[in-house]
Design a protein around this ligand. Sequence first.
Ligand code: ADP
Ligand code: MN
Length: 503
Amino acid sequence: MPNMDQVGIAAKDAKGPWGTPNAADPPCSLAEVMSEQLAKQLDEECSAFPTIPEVSEPLFVVEETDTSSDLMLAQMLQMEFDREFDTQLRIEEKKFNGDSKVSISFENYRMVHPFDDSDSSEDEVDWQDTPRDPYRADKPMTTSRKGFVGKGKNITTKHDEVVCGRKNTARMENFAPEVQVGDGIGMDLKLSNQVYNALKQHCYAEQRRSARLHEKKEHSTAEHAVDPRTRLLMYKMVNAGILENINGCISTGKEAVVFHADGGSLEDKTIPEECVLKVFKTTLNEFKNRDQYTTDYYRFKDRFSKLNPRKIIRMWAEKEMHNLTRMRKAGILCPEVVVLKKHILVMSFIGQNHVPAPKLKEVKLGSEDMRGAYYQVLHMMQQLYEECSLVHADLSEYNMLWHEGKVWVIDVSQSVELTHPHGLEFLFRDCRNVSTFFLKAGVADTMNVYDLFNAVSGLQIRADNEAEFINQIEALEKVRSTCRSRPGRASQPPAMEGHLSRR
Ligand code: ADP
Ligand code: MN
């Protein structure tokens, strides 16, 4: 088993932050290609948009050799040791201060700080990167075979608390060989017998727990799909009880990896029995085209320049969370948000018994169900537009699941406000995907893309062909954004009223 240093070297040598691409990855859909093309085109057209700063180095690296789980295990154990250490520290603090009115806090010496994703610290999981270790001690003393060292008053026996503590620390390496303790990380850790025994028990329990965490990986890619930091964050969620188990990878997409998990329990919140973790990828490559979706999003506004790339990724996760919450309030069928931790969004699982609900793309529906699905989608698009003031912006048969006879919508991190300068174009693209799909699926009632667009938006755009229709959409977007930038004006100038009117 490699030590931490070896892992560190392996990590440096790794080629890409997400490992080598999986050959079994499904081919991407036409819809995805289409939307990327449009994204690129819009990207070029809209040079005024804020740009995401380039990163010169990959943010995270995955080891090439199969040491990742060792590293994770080591980190988990370290975390537990730290926690135990803190407990001991608290005891020491109490003993030290006694009943004294003036007390000295040992707070600064604590290793673990509460789990909190709202912190502004760069990375809470970087707990091991303590530049100045307060526990660093001189070289540990060793006793001779006689059982004591020194002379006269300075004699030290093997029963000396400090020596015994160090021995315990050394012995601990027998049952936790992955963890560098004592001198290994320059920390002179002294364990009392009581703490040593407690740690030993805890370590064994933790190893069993960790084994459980890994045994169910139906997909061997699960672990390798995310970087060590993410894995640690995932483990922390299990440790904190939010999740009972993280089982396997449901999907490895361009921008996110999705895992199935068994819900745990929180005091003040019920957690669904089955959950998913959507892990937003922490490389920026796939997010480069995404700035087109952000201009209107007030949280994003003017903040790009100040933010580091990792924070930008977290904001996509945050955006998905806000959009899902808004949609659920409007009664739209979509996952329920459980918790957001940095770039990991935990939400309810759409499916049953570990089997995810099929995408509309995959499911074979009878003609009545398909027709029903079409009207559900139409209604959902209208609700999204009118009640949530949102345009999905990536709506297609790939982002709608068929579950319990109903259509559920997912993947809303890129969804935009209606006021977005390209919102109507995105809506048109969504409408085209939806009409094309249901027409092909044989739903006779399917409206054409123009009627669907008007039905959802309440506009009455008339045109002879698609190019003209889109021209009018763009013209309307321009007028609207000009009006918005001049406060006090109506959203549509009188000249346009007859041509483009609200329902
Ligand atoms: P992306 O397409 O950006 O990779 P998605 O949010 O669409 O991310 O998730 C990818 C896939 O994971 C989906 O197509 C779906 O199969 C599955 N998935 C995502 N969220 C859920 C969920 N809440 N319940 C069940 N399956 C889900
Ligand atoms: Mn998707």
